[in-house]
Design a protein around this ligand. Structure first.
Ligand code: AMP
Ligand code: MG
Length: 410
């Protein structure tokens, strides 16, 4: 396992083949019931239908007077008032009206509400400025949600409106998909804790920190497995520990062609390596395996490669595992602000800032695109997908980009 090879035993797969292979192995984990107040960002595990009409009785949509439209502009005698939450006990007969507040039940006999601004009331007599139409300012039964209608589909990501909708239907608990537990292991003899004393030649472990943050952002529970040296038995033991504790394991480093790159052989020994090389940049040695039915991603050691590979392969898988039916980032067409140089032989995911300018989405490069330069990801809200080419893409060329954050203003 420690010899120096000059040819990878793993065939190079395309990005699409790699994604298809991962998707085929991503079934959502189980469902759990939690308080809806803590369910923001979680994915609904069941369809929710309305068991009653909302509203369940006709309500006034405005403050004003409940009237009969047929009375037209004739004066009406005001018989009393109904407030929200009150009883609609008074019957509106021809030539009468009832003062009504927003949200109050519409009394029997009334078929319209005239807003207070269009009326004058003096000595119990109501004058209206114009003739109302039947149905004016009345919120009819089932107008917001009809009984039996699906309010939320399984697979919906819950946000403020969805949690409000559940409450409207009387539900303060939600059945949501379980959050995947994702363990992250850093490998490398040179890799040290970021806050430890630092000798020349050592590399601070930025990958584990960045990946744990990315795991949390993807809606999962992160588990840190620390750093392990380039030693087969230590790495095997750490991999097994991660698989025992987590649903998914991510490793960083040790998947390239060096004599100390041990992750692929360990995964091959413990389970099935589905691919060990992908034709894309940065992150060619990205590896995907399953061990005892659990997903393992061997991410490259270079900090940018590990995070871009996470975006392209791991994040959608983690979203799928938690039931998200739209796990992919949106893709948009962008115009290049300046010329860019692509890779000659592989699609390259270049880090860009996508902004909106005069009707166009424009992509600005974050600068030098080296795989060790985390500054190329700082502030980036997009990954520009540059197909391989011998020629640069000129300023103004249109390419596709994956949006990883909010579009910026001009
Ligand atoms: P490897 O994939 O193990 O060959 O590592 C490739 C490069 O990434 C080397 O320069 C490593 O020092 C660096 N690297 C590996 N692991 C980490 C890490 N956890 N944090 C930051 N850089 C790393
Ligand atoms: Mg290494």
């Amino acid at each position: 396992m420690t010899e120096f090879r000059n040819e990878s035993p793993y065939p190079m797969v395309s990005i699409e083949e790699a994604q298809r292979c991962i998707n085929a192995l991503c079934a959502p984990l189980g469902v759990e019931k939690i308080a809806s107040l803590y369910a923001a960002g979680r994915v609904l595990g069941e369809s929710v239908s309305a068991s009653e009409d909302v509203p369940d009785s006709p309500r006034s949509a405005m403050d004003g007077y409940a009237v009969r439209a047929d009375d037209g502009v004739a004066e009406r005698r005001v018989q009393g008032a109904i407030t929200a939450g009150g009883d609609a006990a008074i019957v509106v007969t021809p030539g009468t009206a009832v003062r009504i507040m927003t949200g109050a039940p519409v009394p029997p006999g009334a078929d319209a509400v005239i807003i207070v601004e269009q009326t004058e009331e003096r000595d119990g007599v109501l004058r209206v400025h114009q003739s109302p139409w039947s149905g004016d300012n009345i919120h009819v039964v089932g107008q917001d949600i009809a009984r039996g209608a699906e309010a939320l589909a399984a697979g919906t990501v819950l946000g403020a409106p969805e949690i409000g909708l559940l409450a409207t239907l009387g539900q303060t608990q939600a059945r949501v998909y379980r959050r995947p537990r994702v363990a992250v292991l850093a490998t490398g003899d040179e890799v040290v804790e970021p806050d430890a004393p630092h000798a020349s030649g050592e590399v601070r472990d930025s990958n584990r920190y960045a990946l744990l943050a990315a795991v949390r952002e993807a809606g999962c529970d992160p588990i840190s497995l620390g750093i392990v040296r380039d030693d087969v038995s230590l790495q095997r033991a750490a991999v097994l520990r991660g698989l025992a504790e987590a649903d998914v394991l991510l490793t960083s480093g040790g998947v390239s062609m060096g004599s100390h790159d041990l992750i692929k052989p360990i995964l091959a020994e413990l389970g099935d390596v589905h691919f060990g090389r992908v034709a894309f940049k940065p992150g060619k040695p990205t590896t995907f395996a399953t061990v005892n039915g659990k997903l393992v991603f061997g991410l490259p050691g270079y900090p940018v490669s590990s995070l871009v590979s996470f975006e392209v392969f791991v994040r959608p898988a983690l979203r799928r595992l938690q039931g998200d039916t739209t796990p992919e980032r949106p893709r948009v067409r962008v115009v290049l602000e300046e010329m860019i140089r692509p890779s000659r032989d592989r699609p390259e995911y270049q880090r860009v800032i996508v902004y909106w300018c005069e009707g166009w989405l424009v992509a600005r490069s974050t600068g030098a695109q080296g795989s060790s330069r985390l500054l190329s990801l700082r502030g980036a809200n997009g990954l520009l997908i540059a197909p391989p080419s011998e020629q640069p893409y000129p300023k103004g060329a249109e390419l596709e980009a994956m949006l990883t954050g909010m579009i910026k203003p001009c």
